[in-house]
Design a protein around this ligand. Sequence first.
Ligand code: GLA
Ligand code: GLA
Length: 681
Amino acid sequence: MKTLAILAALLLAGTTAPALAQTATTPDVQHEKLWLGSAWYPEQWPEERWEADLALMKAHGANVVRIGEFAWSRMQPAEGEYDMDWLVRAVRMAGRHGMKVVIGTPTDTPPAWMTQKYPDILRIEGDGTVIGHGGRRQFSISSPRYRELARDIVGRMVAAVGRDPNVIGWQIGNEYTNESYDDAARANWHRWLQAKYGTLDALNDAWTTAYWSQTYTAWDQVPFNEEVGNPGWMLDLKRFITDEWVAFQGNQLDVIRAGVGPDQFITTNLGGLGWANKFDRYDINRPLDFASWDNYVGSGHLLPDRNGATHDLVRGWKKRNFWVMEIQPGFVNWAGVSNMLYPGETRAMAWQAVGHGGDGILYWQWRSALNGQETMHGSLIGPDGQPLPIYEEVTRIGAEFARASAAIAGTQPVSPVAIVQDYDSRWAIDFQKHHRDYDQIEVLLDYYRPLKAALGAVDIVEAAGPLSGYRLVVAPNLNLITDELAQHLTDYVRGGGHLVLGPRSGLKDAFNRLHTTRQPGPLAELLGGQVEQFYALDETVAVEGGTAAMWAEDLSATQAEVLLRYGKANGWLDGHPAAITRGVGRGRITYVGALIDDALMATLMDGALTQAGVERDFAVPPDVELMTREGQGRRVVILINHGREERRVPLPAAMTDILNGGITRTLTLPPEGVAVLQRNP
Ligand code: GLA
Ligand code: GLA
């Protein structure tokens, strides 16, 4: 049934195979319309105030509210004492105001009575510092007692509101951040290693512990801290921390799944730093229904490419549309300069999220608590309970979401091109940067920008996931290539795919150990070439048609063609290949060994798109971002002028103007201007 619907949607949309690369939309509640709302903390206010809050939310066009995620001490004021009635009343009252509710579980903030009575649940940092009460995140994700306490409160929340028709979904915890180095965690670590390696000989071999007499003769000798150490050890520690978070989350997820209605979703909001890599975010999202993140600008203004790519990263965690569970209402309180966004920029941010596959957008927060660490944060209403200036802009967003929802619901960004992102490689390079300025996200964005400029959508996906639906796959930072991953990428190329590898590819194996073949290790044979030597650069070097900086590799080709050569460089590189490429049947593998300048990158990506047979979308003027969503036989085009000057955008065909009505062929977009159009198939 579902497959048929997908195929029908594809046929109607007139798209071909690449559309399959994106998991098709299911008619789940989280995607059935555009959701708009905010984080509301009824536990901070007298109940007499609630009606007024909800009425003001409704008045700006909100249809959802998130509650509960820090309210543990209100729900369980003392051991054995619970009060869930207020939660039930808040949910029902929201329902009466036409608002659906997302319930956050409160496990980011254990109550004071609990940490006092059970100090073993407190989080311990790598240096042994115990984190006490007063802030948040003072709990150990590994503590069996904390997991039991979490299960208990979550179970009671589920019992109270898990079948309430006003509740549409759940958020587990809040912004997973800090692991703990307590005794329970240490024991888990040693057990984890034992389960992974079986014998100490295997571990010693994988980490090459003969180096510096690191050889372990008992499991509990293996260090457990946040220091810089053996890169094999560091990589395993990251994977262990990921598994601890997955288990911490799973503990609550099981209780929620077992007790809530089948239509309720389960997600978590993975923080404002989408690119953060304290743990593997693909693994965290696997058991969830969809991914959510928190979109904050902090100081300054929206960086459209970086922010857009972050949305794409989040969409890629599950390969489906996502929610922005928190977005900034003008300004924050934690940035170096917590400046206000420009008028219209908050609206542009909301539409950018939608353009990249966001289906829900919630402001953080509705109203500031009168005390507490975040009284200075932006909000929609003030301490007097009345709308602040930003409320009007959010009201406009509300009206526009209502107008556009029917056209957008059930659509998603669909791309023939994917950029590969991989946490193992992120860690491996970050552990041993070799050039202090080497920033893998910047390297990825160097590839992203020209690809996004050519297309209404670009996917960012995990290396090990399905790739065959993409015509072109770019892997800018694939430092760690296991034999399995090499096979996966080889299958992709042999199946007709075009693969572009960036510098530093294929240096390390599954244990973060050097491959005994030259880069790109297990892909060198397919490439028909290899890296002779890598160089961190202390000066810019010449490459045919441009320059390279920071990193350059000397390539050699036995079967491959030379795509780019170094000019006068550091002596070692002079005249040698900087990029090589090899056709493999209908497929192709390309290796780019240097960090090249933007103009050269644009040329290179243009060539890669052409060679891969990717059709470009229509061209837009500078500062204007083009975003597309497809599905249900509809193609939606969203245009945003992120610049400070008015722009005229000629359209390739007449399109329906969803926000203003009518049919249009040319648009004029003021600064922060937004257009939402429907393109007829
Ligand atoms: C010192 C140490 C060596 C090695 C080198 C690396 O000289 O004695 O063991 O670490 O630095 O440059
Ligand atoms: C994060 C948290 C919120 C709040 C905001 C402030 O996103 O999840 O609880 O602290 O930051 O910007």
